[in-house]
Design a protein around this ligand. Sequence first.
Ligand code: BES
Ligand code: MN
Ligand code: ZN
Length: 510
Amino acid sequence: MRWTISKTETADTAGDLLVFPIFQKNEKADLKSLLKGTKGGIRPTAAGQTPAAGLKKKVATSGFVAKASSMLPVYCSNTKAGWLLLTGFGDEKKVGLETIRKAAGTVAQKARNMKTARILVAVPDSARLGIDDAAFTRAWVEGAEMGLSAVGILKTDKKSKDIPASWKFLADSSRHKALRAGVAEGEKFAAGCNFARALVNEPPNLQTPVKLAEAAQKMAKEEGMSCKILTVPQMKKLNMGGLLGVGQGSSNPPRLIALKYKGGKSKKSPTVALVGKGVTFDTGGISLKPGANMDLMKSDMGGAAAVLGAARIIARLGLDVNLVTIVPTAENMPDGNAIRPADVLTMANGKTVEVLNTDAEGRLILGDALWYAGRGKPDYIIDAATLTGACVVALGNHFAGLMSNSSELIDSLKQAGGETFERVWHLPLIDEHKDAMKGTWSDLKNLGPREGGALTAAGFLSHFVPDDTQWAHVDIAGPSYAEKGSATSPVGGTGFGARLLARAVQIIVS
Ligand code: BES
Ligand code: MN
Ligand code: ZN
């Protein structure tokens, strides 16, 4: 999609659909200003009506109330755009960034249905919204691009998806600089999110660990990052028993993906490691999952998608940070060669782990990946993983669980999530959770008590994080996949975490 900014009068700008924001309880005054701003140029269809009376009548008879994301299309013969879309923003005191994203996504989906290619957006007064111009366009661009992220790309009757193709914000020239800056950021965040979504949506027969590594390598090249991919012999040299163990039941071999972005501008620039769980399909292994909804386990690489999407955003923003992105990727399958309950694996950090349940595979591959990340002595490590059903039971689909040893990371991630609307909920992580994962036959076991399953999973991971490193674990099992579409997120992978982690890193380095 193409985004531009113009100062042309509302009624005189060429386009196919003019979006005009209206606020709840203020409908009359907003309509009046619309009519004034267009010098009476807006003329609804009915013959014999004066423009103002016609529009007012149309709005009155439709019962239009400007609730957030409500819309009323009005045809007007006297604007170049033809169609006018009155777009509700709700109560102006309650407008947040997500209100804007949702309105934009709703408009975008509507425009696609109406097959309108060129959209004009009259930018509302920033003082009135309490949201500055850059934040407005950033959120609008994100909402529209995310609302139209591709679904059904493998359908053979696929039609062209470039509708709407162009968007133009209309505002005084004094506001253009800020609006333009917001557009540029919004495009980057949306691109990272949609990239993550596409990775999650890819079917598991086409997206094996090798293919995921190829996708990461391609992205790294496009964004100017270096990329190293460890194959089985290299993982054996590093004694990565966890990643090798989980991968050994599949004919699709595991990989460890390591991307590096050297954005640090000085010696003081921090090093951040992002680590994402990349199980391309989770059958549960020998501890096989039940059949119902097992197809959703193609999304078990949602953490990998999140960190790769975040890396793409961070590189495009050119943040002052040295970023390493680590993705352990494997397919968890039952097979004659698969690991079994009671097996003992030796992890890359030398610790022995008894496998009590082969479905607790995420922590096994992450243990090795966290150790690998820690070897580079980063200042911060953040991992994202679709790790536990327990976290979904506790928090549902609208929150990720956040467990951390660092108040700075907790604050940054909470702030970032509030802004991107990828919300995190801080859960406890104490020594008791770490100790609960000590094994009977070996140092650790991969299955803890039933209660507090999200917390003890984090406790397990903590055994692989260097003691003095600030670390946060984000369990995204709930929000990473949506079985129902919304204004900003079609059905499927949500890309949850890509914008969150990029924004958190942006906060950390600011
Ligand atoms: N990938 C699953 C967790 C999951 C569940 C993700 C629901 C998305 C939606 C993970 O590998 C898993 O199977 N976890 C087990 C752990 C248990 C055996 C300790 C779980 O949560 O049941
Ligand atoms: Mn599992
Ligand atoms: Zn899993």
